[in-house]
Design a binder for this molecule. Structure first.
Ligand code: FAD
Length: 492
């Protein structure tokens, strides 16, 4: 007989742990008894501050007031990511969250733009996207109708604090302590966590949010890990926080360097900086020097090296344990997808939560859906490294020539030949994201969809001009991003 699930233990209190605790207690708090254990002495990974638009949906579920959230986490708005020196040194593009132009039933806007470009009647692809133009002009506002598509930059430790308050209000019990060992039942299922203090926390179901350690999913259950370093070779990061020297911009900066890339995440009170690099091509000391040379503002923290291995756990749900957050794998932070995957993991688990007992079918379905989702994101990230004109350093020559997954090879070839790109079911990144990055990285399709030829040239010219003018107008009439934040947060 299947054993019903009532007592849930969340191991770890970083972004993953507290997001899980807040959501689970809000949505299933009436039927579950939830305990979270974390260790202040171990601390959290301390990075992970750029997000993507679906986070707004989670906040709606949590009934989190946006103005209070902005004030509590010193957040800013994010309209996309500026990729600098990725296509080649000195070349930039923005991957924005918005929609570029207008699609038709047969094909995406890129086909109209491609013909316009060939005829010399189209300007830059980004000129047809209001979010992109607003980002470039440091403008932002939340508008009730036809609003911009946006996400946030947030302070991860303040965010965890806010979520903790919410979780505790909904009955989550927090235990401070270091997990020393894990007890199992005879069938291999997890039974309890034994803390340094000698206290035992027994549970029916466990959520591993212990970060890269994967204390339950790996160290106790030996689930295994698929290593993706042959596709995503960066394995190190160095992070440091600085005092802000200018008003916050509404986008993340990703600046490619010789053996990796640098991030800049603007918050209201400070800037998060870091360099992601590949230790095969750059030493930690060299990375530290490069990062410090390329940041402005007084340092607020000591530069800290973080080591990681790109890949995913062989099973995200194993027996009575689900891994959420870094314990489940790490693609790399280039498109700010980790917090999103935490959100997806939690929602998927709640959709399949085994209140009446664990079914092998649930486990299989959960793992298949997660793998599929993660692998599509992985391909999107590899695209940035592989499709580049950079050949100036051994790192970039390696990225350009490395073998890539067949799934990505197919998308690249399809786009190159036909200009077509399709979002697969349940995929995070939509067609517009793929197009912006493929073209931004230097891929120009050889052909556009023939349906575009049904539109006479003068109509195409007017169509493009109208979208461009509307996009420019929408961006222009917005207030300055910093002014909007001041006004918005003061109103809370
Ligand atoms: P952690 O923050 O490591 O938390 C682990 C928790 O487990 C801690 O509370 C710790 O105390 C506890 N713990 C561990 N061992 C024990 C033990 N023995 N006993 C008790 N408690 C224990 N994501 C994004 O979405 N956007 C980004 O911009 C982004 N940038 C990133 C940049 C870098 C360089 C890296 C490495 C990651 C980045 N991420 C980003 C990912 C993001 O940081 C994580 O997804 C997020 O912070 C969640 O981490 P976590 O909670 O899984 O792990």
């Amino acid at each position: 007989m299947k054993q019903s699930i009532n007592k849930v233990i969340i191991a770890g209190g970083g972004t993953a742990g507290w997001m899980t605790a807040a959501t689970m207690s809000k949505l299933l708090g009436n039927v579950l008894d939830v305990t979270l254990v974390e260790s202040e002495q171990i601390g959290t990974v301390g990075v992970g501050e750029a997000t993507i638009p679906p986070l707004l949906t989670l906040h709606q579920l949590l009934k989190l007031n946006e103005q209070e959230f902005m004030a509590a986490t010193q957040a800013t708005f994010k309209l996309g990511i500026s990729f600098e020196n990725w296509k080649d040194v000195g070349e930039d593009y923005i991957h924005s969250f918005g929609t570029t132009g207008k699609d038709c039933w047969a094909c995406g806007f890129q086909h109209f733009w491609l013909k316009g470009h060939q005829k010399g009647i189209a300007s830059r692809y980004g000129d047809y996207c209001p979010e992109l133009l607003a980002a470039e002009q440091n403008k932002f506002a939340i508008q009730p109708k036809q609003g911009l598509n946006y996400a946030y930059h947030l302070d991860a430790s303040l965010y965890a604090k806010l979520l903790r308050q919410m979780a505790e209000q909904h009955g989550v019990k927090r235990v401070e302590g270091k997990i020393a060992s894990v007890q199992k039942h005879d069938n291999g299922y997890l039974k309890g966590l034994i803390l340094d203090s000698g206290q035992t926390l027994e549970g029916d179901f466990f959520i591993d949010c212990t970060g890269f350690r994967g204390l339950l999913i790996e160290q106790a259950l030996h689930t295994g890990y698929d290593d993706w370093t042959h596709w995503l070779p960066c394995d190190s990061a160095i992070a440091v926080q600085t005092q802000a020297t200018r008003a916050p911009i509404p986008y993340t900066r990703s600046i490619a360097h010789e053996s990796g890339w640098q991030w800049q995440i603007p918050l209201q009170h400070r800037v998060g900086n870091g360099l992601v690099y590949c230790s095969r091509y750059q030493s930690d000391d060299d990375a530290r020097e490069q990062l410090l040379k390329n940041i402005q503002g007084e340092l607020r923290t000591e530069p800290r090296v973080i080591k990681f291995q790109t890949g995913q756990r062989r099973q995200h749900w194993n027996k009575n344990c689900v891994a959420v957050g870094l314990s489940s794998g790490f693609i790399e932070p280039l498109e700010s997808t980790s917090i999103h995957l935490i959100q997806r993991g939690i929602i998927r688990l709640l959709q399949m939560f085994p209140l009446n007992g664990i079914s092998e079918h649930d486990i299989k379905e959960f793992n298949q859906q997660t793998e599929h989702e993660v692998e599509n994101i992985r391909d999107f990230i590899i695209l940035h490294y592989h499709v580049t004109e950079r050949r100036d350093t051994p790192f970039w020559r390696h990225c350009a020539s490395m073998p890539i997954p067949d799934s990505l090879k197919h998308r690249i070839e399809l786009f190159k030949e036909t200009g077509r790109v399709f979002k697969v079911p349940n995929e995070l990144f939509a067609e517009n994201s793929w197009v912006q990055v493929m073209m931004g990285q230097g891929l120009t399709p050889q052909a556009y969809h023939p349906i575009v030829d049904h539109m006479p040239d003068h109509e195409l010219e007017a169509f493009l001009a109208q979208i461009k003018a509307q996009s420019a107008h929408r961006a222009q009439q917005l207030p300055e991003h910093a002014d909007f934040i001041n006004h918005y947060c003061k109103a809370s």
